[in-house]
Ligand binder design. Structure first.
Ligand code: NAD
Length: 356
């Protein structure tokens, strides 16, 4: 078993990573409150809730199954969940456990941040994307029809429990979407890890347990290090948004249906890397390595065709806009990144035309 520590003073916590961790929940969560509200969805609960229930038999558990899908990371789900919490008599000394992917985790976290002004929160991420990214770092949110994650809070979990066995039931598409966020860590923070990913792309495609254990651990270590330096995203944490400004535009333009978050991030990362190549921030050979790795992992490398004005209008709704200027995260070679708002419309339009 691996244990990654997120150092945030009194809000520090551990990320436990191993196969079969669901069965160890009692030991891994020694301080878990008696009354536990588990947020999940039917897809995940049918596979894993029984194991959680068995491991936490001494607790009083209530399961709430929200509908499955990004469109349910919404105000109406938030209302339905809080109604249930109140109806079941959950008070301030309860705990909320997210059992699911990033959608369940983001929503459960936002409920935990606001219910009784904040109750204990635990993450049991079950998709690869949520294991390497969304369950760590305390960003919680719901979507608004006008944009993704527009309503939310920074709220750290008390612990994150990752069970590699959960990945066995993930669809191929959802599994590959998680690989996109793993590649991101190599590009922005760790060139050696990027190289390791190139060397282990086949093993990862086959869901090799040892390759996954390392890839998840390294991704969590990088995220933990970045979050410890900049919890509220006033600096380096923004690097984690590589590909996301373009990705969110793709997701919004396709109405959160045709593209998964990870797929949109993959195509967005290619656009950002191409911009880096064009502006001499990244060599052409490094750009080709990024392109090849995404292709080998069978992730989309081309964004949907969209008019430049539409790209701009979607990107301007992003939270990363300041004084009406869009902040872009661009890789500086491999292993480093920077945030810039100094791109001209001509540079942007040329690259978007090339990458769509
Ligand atoms: N908070 C953050 O820092 C952060 C970071 C990245 C992404 N996100 C958010 O995460 C969300 C995307 O997360 P996601 O990719 O996990 O999507 P998701 O939660 O929609 O899960 C994808 C699909 O996999 C299913 N699923 C989950 N676990 C499964 C399992 N073990 N077996 C079978 N099916 C399973 C889900 O029911 C769903 O149908 C987006 O809303 C995105 O904005 C948040």
């Amino acid at each position: 078993m691996t244990n990654v520590h997120v150092e945030l003073g009194e809000r520090s916590y551990h990320i436990h990573i191993a196969a079969d961790n669901l069965r160890q929940l009692k030991t891994l969560l020694p301080d878990l409150n008696k009354n536990v509200f588990v947020l999940s969805n039917p897809t995940v609960a049918k596979h894993y809730f029984a194991q959680v229930e068995e491991a936490l038999v001494e607790h009083h558990l209530v399961l709430f199954e929200m509908d499955d899908g990004e469109q349910y990371k919404s105000l109406s789900s938030f209302e339905a969940i809080t109604n249930k919490l109140i109806a079941e008599g959950f008070s301030r000394d309860c705990a909320i456990v997210a059992l699911g992917g990033g959608v369940v985790g983001d929503l459960a976290g936002f409920v935990a941040a606001t219910y009784h002004r904040g109750v204990d929160f635990y993450q049991i991420p079950t998709t690869l994307l949520s294991q390497v990214d969304s369950s760590v770092g305390g960003k919680t949110a719901i979507n608004h029809p006008q944009g993704k994650n527009l309503i939310g809070a920074f709220y750290q979990p008390k612990a994150v429990v990752i069970d590699l066995n959960c990945l066995a039931t993930l669809t191929e598409r959802d599994y590959r979407s998680g690989l996109a966020e793993i590649v991101k860590y190599g590009i922005i923070y760790d060139a050696d890890f990027f190289q390791w990913l190139e060397q282990h792309a086949d093993a990862l495609s086959k869901r090799s347990e040892s390759a996954l254990q390392y890839a998840i651990q390294r991704s969590c270590e990088i995220k933990a290090e970045i979050v410890a330096k900049d919890e509220r995203e006033s600096g380096i944490r923004a690097w984690l948004n590589l590909g996301h400004t373009f990705g969110h535009a793709i997701e919004a333009a396709t109405e959160y249906g045709d593209w998964t978050h990870g797929e949109a991030v993959a195509a967005g990362t290619i656009i950002a890397s191409k911009l880096s190549e064009k502006t001499q921030r990244m060599s052409s050979s490094d750009f080709r390595r990024v392109l090849n790795l995404m292709s080998t992992l069978q992730l989309p490398t081309q964004a949907p065709n969209m008019a430049f004005a539409d790209w701009l209008s979607y990107m301007k709704r992003d939270k990363k806009v300041k004084d009406n200027r869009i902040n872009f995260v661009l890789p500086l070679g491999l292993g480093k990144a920077e945030v810039t708002n100094n791109l001209t419309d001509e540079e942007l339009a040329a690259v978007l035309t090339e990458c769509c």
